[in-house]
Design a protein around this ligand. Sequence first.
Ligand SMILES: N[C@@H](CCC(=O)N[C@@H](CS)C(=O)NCC(=O)O)C(=O)O
Length: 198
Amino acid sequence: MITLFHRPKTRSSRFIFLLEELAVPYEIRIVTTRNRDGTGAVDPANPHPHGKVPALSDDGIIVFESPAIALYLTDRFPETGLGPKIGARERGPYLSWLSYYTGVLEPAFMCKFMDVEVPRGTAGWVAVEEAMPAVIDALTTRPYLLGERFSAADILYGTTFAMFGQSPMMPKSPIIEAYVQRIVSRPAYSRAQARDAG
Ligand SMILES: N[C@@H](CCC(=O)N[C@@H](CS)C(=O)NCC(=O)O)C(=O)O
């Protein structure tokens, strides 16, 4: 059985979306996490090494960190077509966008949020102002990051942009707005939202 360690309305919510897309049996285990204001506590039941969410257990095999969970699940259920198989040409862009999400885009957004300047030429990531044009460029000629095919990478990017859409941190872009609409109009997204609400 797949168990998602989850705290409602956090980064783990998008894995309810992915699991709904995959249409495989899963259970949700609600855990506590630390809060920004110093309240809250790591839940001893959560297998993530820092007590963060998401974390996943697949019959005791533990997977943590969002891109790893996305890749694990789409490899585990290849017949669902939500991630290109090993050896497929699209696998290159798939791995690239998954890694870019965690290695570049999230640090870029966090720097902006915390008002920290990204040191040019030394940090492994770039500022939001440089990262977003790369994503927009990729989505200018195609509906999804991999082309015509929706993948788990779009779940990470689409839900992030949906969340930051109204924030001044996010550069306004009709390309991104249309992309977010494509992602949030999926029936699995609505089912996940309902499940996340309890
Ligand atoms: N790098 C992790 C980040 C996970 C993360 O920071 N999750 C937040 C919730 S949105 C959390 O668990 N925060 C509690 C804490 O930092 O202790 C991933 O992408 O999976």
